[in-house]
Design a protein around this ligand. Structure first.
Ligand code: SF4
Length: 193
């Protein structure tokens, strides 16, 4: 399967699902789509740029400082407020979830601690449980994506960022884990690939 076919398939799996059945943007005024920093964006997964070969005018794709594997640069997608929702990148489709690989290289889908500063669903997962269909679709998408070695290598690098963010949250927001409830601390859906 080419990268384009792979990403078309996972975009399709994630097309009709959202984190809540209701519009979660009403809880936060769409905080994840608004950033005071003009250069803030979302990392593209390896090869995902094929989905933007005719780059729409609302999207800039740039090299980020983040690397994975053997020093491969990661691209970042920066949107303007004229974005088309149906063309949003994978990282936006799965937010506030993320794939995470532990030290034994077992992958699971977890609530992304990098989402905590902006996303009420990540801060209060017990008050706002994610829609099961959304979690299932994200798990299904990553069962497919995990067959690609380059994508696995990227997820491994991202997992290092997640560990660092967890460490910072535990240091500077000591109530963070206490308020999240036992069930929501670890993997939402632990799956091995
Ligand atoms: S920040 Fe969280 S709650 Fe707000 S729109 Fe994004 S996913 Fe939904």
């Amino acid at each position: 399967m080419t990268k384009r076919e792979l990403y078309e398939k996972v975009y399709d799996i994630l097309d009709k699902v959202t984190p809540l059945k209701s519009d979660c943007g009403e809880l936060c005024d769409k905080a994840c789509c608004k950033s005071p920093d003009e250069d803030a964006g979302m990392y593209l997964f390896p090869g995902e740029e094929v989905m933007y070969s005719d780059a729409p005018s609302w999207l800039k794709i740039e090299l980020s400082d983040f690397t994975y594997g053997n020093n491969k640069p990661v691209l970042i997608a920066i949107c303007s407020d004229k974005r088309q929702r149906e063309l949003r990148p994978l990282a936006c489709r799965i937010f506030p979830l993320t794939p995470y690989m532990n030290h034994n290289r077992a992958m699971s889908i977890i609530m992304d601690p990098r989402a905590v500063p902006m996303c009420p669903l990540a801060r209060q997962p017990v008050s706002y449980p994610l829609d099961e269909d959304f979690v299932d679709a994200v798990s299904k998408a990553f069962r497919l994506l995990a067959k690609d070695k380059e994508i696995l290598s990227f997820i491994s690098a991202v997992s290092g960022l997640i560990d660092e963010q967890e460490r910072l949250l535990n240091l500077f927001a000591p109530g963070y884990n206490k308020n999240r409830g036992k069930k929501q601390r670890g993997a939402i859906r632990r799956k091995r690939y």
